[in-house]
Design a protein around this ligand. Structure first.
Ligand code: NAP
Length: 263
């Protein structure tokens, strides 16, 4: 029986990179998206190919759900439960950037609520549903590791951008959320991790590409290149394959070394 992973926001960008990496290692993948069915189907096909080229036979399913909506989250988990017997890994990846990128003196409550719903409330309550599923189905077979949850945060969890206050706060809160679930679920055999990406090449960062091309050249972080979705995929796979059995609540920086202060 294959291991299984649900990756939110896997139609494009980092989520697609994560789904591809997992599929290449033989995981069945549940590919969630919000509004791009064609892109999600492209991810599905690419996952089947990635698995096949490594000699694996996997299943890949595409599921539309807005993770910011409670009914959608429930429908997402119910769909997955109908299709798959168990869940080994949830990756809370889906996220949006700050809408309009307004200065905090001009930011609106409506945009704040929309961002918080997707980037914070979504992962918080989806983790609850996923953990319950893991606990229901994984008890007898593998009591020492009944599942894992990975939250995709951002260097914005600690680096201040005054034109993306809501985004920064949501990512900072995701750090505490990781610790809350890590402590609550440790005795249950579920491990919880945060992957903290630096600047990664995707649709989200396309509008600021020229800015970062220059900053990277000037050495904003020690490893002078753009991060790629596959960099995050590799880190997810290390966790998924059990590389950190005595760690939980851990932050894994995948940022080219951005997090270090240098003189
Ligand atoms: N790119 C970076 O530099 C960077 C750095 C640090 C952290 N991150 C984080 O990494 C995650 C992925 O970012 P990305 O750069 O890959 O973004 P992206 O290229 O804009 O892709 C976003 C993905 O999330 C999905 N999505 C958006 N809203 C959703 C919702 N309400 N429900 C379900 N899925 C939704 C999108 O689905 P559709 O295609 O259907 O719209 C898409 O698959 C985000 O949490 C982001 O904050 C990104």
């Amino acid at each position: 029986m294959n291991r299984t992973a649900l990756v939110t926001g896997a139609s494009r960008g980092i989520g697609r990179g994560i789904a591809l990496s997992l599929a290449g290692r033989g995981f069945d993948v549940m590919i969630n998206y919000a509004s791009s069915p064609e892109k999600a189907e492209e991810t599905r096909q690419a996952c089947l190919e990635a698995a096949g080229s490594n000699g694996h036979t996997i299943r890949a399913e595409v599921i539309r759900a807005n993770v910011g909506n409670g009914d959608d989250r429930l429908a997402l988990i119910n769909f997955c439960r109908e299709k798959f017997s168990h869940l080994d890994l949830l990756v809370n990846n889906a996220g949006i950037t700050s809408i309009g990128r307004a200065d905090i003196l001009d930011a609106t409550e409506e945009n704040f609520d929309r961002l918080m719903a997707v980037n914070l409330k979504g992962p918080y309550f989806l983790s609850q549903l996923a953990a319950r599923w893991m606990l229901e189905t994984q008890s007898a077979s593998s009591p020492s590791c009944r599942g894992q949850i990975i939250n995709i945060s951002s260097i914005s969890a600690y680096a201040v951008s005054t034109n993306r206050g809501d985004y920064c706060m949501a990512k900072a809160a995701l750090r505490m959320m990781t610790q809350l679930y890590a402590v609550r679920l440790a005795d249950e055999g579920i491990r919880v991790y945060e992957i903290c990406p630096g600047v990664i090449e995707s649709d989200m960062t396309a509008p600021v590409k020229a800015k970062y091309d220059k900053l990277i050249e000037d050495g904003l972080w020690p490893i002078r290149r753009w991060g790629q979705p596959s960099d995050i995929g590799s880190a997810v796979c290390a966790i998924a394959e059990g590389a950190f059995p005595f760690s939980t609540g851990e932050v894994i920086n995948v940022d080219g070394g951005f997090h270090m202060r240098t003189l």
